[in-house]
Design a protein around this ligand. Structure first.
Ligand code: ADP
Ligand code: MG
Length: 566
């Protein structure tokens, strides 16, 4: 074909492909899940496009996925009659990886110690379409974007280049044909031309897909009759979120999670709920078991999928989840919305806000349950997402109490075990009115700070806060259980009882008189750097320390603001 062009994969894409071609991932069967997942997404998009634009020249009558196997040619093809891709889309989405975090993933992969660590990283990232190269040494893709006349043919062996060619004609949608590597049991490379193998993989990973996945199979004739063919549907197509909870297996939830999240790892926790009454909806939400690489990137994926009565409406629906729960994945099927609803309208929709309030409460309650009943899982949750969840303490005043119940922090009480606020309060000393915290870059820096001495001497516990957001939320929240949150580095820390105070005051008077000349002299020498030099009651072993005024910003915040250019 003289219209074929050979192009190079983007550098990151090439590196990721190399890993797939040389298959560091042991469960190769998942390639089929990825192709089916993409086909299903493409069908969802076409259905929505046809509903929204009645004039669009597309055929949306029999949306389906077909799997063809050819034993002789050793090929497996996954076809859909969905939205398809234009040539430019093929080049930009298949030839490059736009996913944020790719560079970071590759860096971590280079540093990964062993195959197990690499597998885990790949699993967390999810390689999507490229998974085809685990089982195929050549992949062909033919596609036609719905509404366009010409099509595109793409082909690659995954080694660095691919070809694209224009086609005068192609069926609507996309077909992906894999030229399979020889089966190799040791390498977990199964024979994907075997009907039984394909059936099992589809059943296991893609049963809930909402479109039929069909396969035409040969049936030997009875007696002398010729063999016949029969088209069978391999999946049950039941929308998982619409099924009663007690009828869904954990494994089914997990596979569904992988479809919606593009994660390859199991979720940490599943939340399946239903809202009845004025506004009906079903929600199936998941808390991932690890933070995505784009958690702190502004372009990262946020929010859940929105469906209206089983019809897919949009990905990344951020109107349904506050920013501080942006890692929650899943589906919300709202029954009473218009199919044409836009993101802008969703943000202001009262019913959507009502659903969102319910979802947030449920997610926070789920985390609290984990904390009480499954501390290991809670700990994973907090390690992965605590830094993000604490953002909620700043913005979400409605749920502040629920959030304060699930916060945990390192503390001087036990170096190996973080504490929650209730735990801190239960250990407060007689006469201790405040909850003390110290902020800093890491535990060691804080613990070595002279501010800690007086607290250590008195046996007062101090929370050790090391996330940048900590400074902000402790300020904003102010107190817990009626007890003020106080920084050890600010103002006059009042650690004494009345009697001790009187005694100390007398002692200080004496010392002030004794050191008056010295203090005046030091104040003069340091006039450009400090407001005042005074005697302190807070130190026990260090000779001096610098403190902020009660209303000054703390050193960490000061650093943060400076870094931000203030
Ligand atoms: P992801 O599904 O996470 O976006 P993939 O690597 O699986 O990543 O797919 C990359 C992109 O290629 C998809 O986002 C989609 O735009 C496009 N794509 C893949 N398969 C199809 C298909 N069958 N029909 C239409 N577009 C597809
Ligand atoms: Mg995909």
């Amino acid at each position: 074909n003289d219209r074929a062009e050979t192009l190079e994969f983007q550098a990151e894409a090439r590196q990721l492909l190399q890993l797939m071609v040389h298959s560091i991932y042991s469960n190769k069967d998942v390639f089929l899940r990825e192709l089916i997942s993409n086909a299903s997404d493409a069908l969802d998009k076409l259905r929505l496009a046809s509903l929204v634009d009645k004039d669009l020249a597309v055929d949306a009558d029999d949306l389906h996925i077909a799997i063809d196997i050819d034993r002789e040619a050793r090929t497996l093809t996954v076809r859909d009659n969905g939205i398809g891709m234009t040539r430019d889309e093929v080049v930009s989405v298949i030839g490059t990886i736009a996913k944020s975090g790719t560079a970071e993933l590759l860096r971590q992969l280079r540093e990964a110690k062993d195959a197990g660590a690499s597998q885990e990283l790949i699993g967390q990232f999810g390689v999507g379409f490229y998974a085809a190269f685990m089982v195929a040494d050549r992949v062909e893709l033919v596609t036609r974007r719905a509404g366009e006349t010409g099509g595109t043919r793409w082909e690659s062996s995954g080694e660095g280049t691919y070809t694209v060619a224009a086609l005068d004609d192609a069926p609507q949608g996309t077909s992906v044909t894999l030229h399979l590597k020889p089966a190799d049991a040791e390498d977990e490379l199964h024979d994907y031309t075997a009907e039984w193998t394909v059936r099992q993989i589809v059943k296991r990973y893609s049963d809930f897909i909402a479109h039929p996945i069909r396969m035409t199979v040969e049936r030997p004739g009875e007696g002398d009759a010729d063999a016949t063919t029969e088209t069978v549907t391999l999946n049950s197509m039941k929308a998982l979120w619409a099924r009663p909870r007690d009828e869904v297996e954990p494994a089914e939830y997990h596979e569904f999670y992988k479809h919606v999240s593009h994660d390859w790892a199991d979720p940490l926790e599943t939340v399946h709920m239903r809202g009845e009454g004025t506004f009906e909806y079903e929600a199936l939400l998941f808390v991932p078991s690890h933070a995505p690489l784009d958690l702190f990137s502004p372009q990262g994926h946020r929010g859940v999928q929105l469906y209206v009565k089983r019809v897919f409406i949009m990905d990344d629906c951020d109107a349904l989840m506050p920013n501080y729960l942006r890692f929650v994945k899943g589906v919300v099927d709202a029954h009473d919305l218009s199919l044409n609803i836009s993101r802008e309208i969703l943000q202001q929709d009262r019913q959507i806000s009502a659903v969102r309030r319910r979802l947030v409460k449920k997610v926070l309650a789920t985390v609290r349950d984990l904390k009480v009943n499954q501390p290991e899982k809670y700990r994973t949750f907090w390690t992965e997402f605590g830094g993000v969840v604490k953002e909620g303490l700043v913005d979400d005043t409605d749920n502040r109490d629920a959030l304060l119940e699930i916060v945990s922090a390192a503390s001087t009480h036990d170096p190996s075990e973080p504490t929650d606020l209730a735990g801190y309060v239960s250990r407060m000393k007689d006469g201790q009115a405040d909850i003390y915290y110290a902020t800093g870059e890491n535990r060691a820096t804080i613990e070595n700070s002279p501010h800690m001495e007086a607290f250590r001497a008195r046996g007062y516990e101090v929370l050790l806060l090391t996330d940048p957001v900590d400074e902000v939320w402790v300020e904003r929240v102010g107190s817990y259980d009626g007890k003020p949150l106080r920084s050890v580095a600010k103002g006059q820390v009042d650690l004494d009882t009345a009697e001790e105070k009187a005694e100390a005051e007398a002692e200080r008077e004496r010392q002030r008189a004794e050191y008056a000349d010295l203090l005046t002299w030091m104040g003069g020498v340091l006039a450009d750097s400090v407001k005042e030099v005074r005697l302190s009651s807070r130190l026990t072993t260090s000779p001096a320390c610098v403190v902020g005024d009660a209303h000054d910003i703390t050193p960490t915040l000061e650093k943060m603001y400076r870094a931000m250019g203030h």
